[in-house]
Write a protein that binds this ligand. Sequence first.
Ligand SMILES: [Zn+2]
Length: 131
Amino acid sequence: MPQRFPLTLTRNTMPAAIIPFEAFAVFWIVYIVLGFPLAFGRNLALKRRFARPYIIGSGIVFIAGMALTGLPLFLVAIATPLVGLITWLNLRQFRYCSACGATAFYFPFARPRFCARCGADLRSDSASPAA
Ligand SMILES: [Zn+2]
């Protein structure tokens, strides 16, 4: 009998899920919705306090969700540094304007330099969760 490729994902090769995928999906959607005030709101104090833990938490929740819903651990191990990188980029690039409180959405690998809403210079703005 030929050896089956061990990485084939079937019901038989998947580890048992500790929590159902659907439950994680609902939790993930709730987590994202809870982040809307950080992304779209203009409450600067809220952003200063919660943006950094929220971004770090999203990486942790995502990795934990992958492991707990029964994804093979080698895939979790592959994904972890990628999620870590994305989390670091988010911390570095997610900025908000201290003049108007708007979130300056980033472009990949480039920090926003000006507020898209009020045009304030963000380069000297320390209102970044990574700062
Ligand atoms: Zn602004």
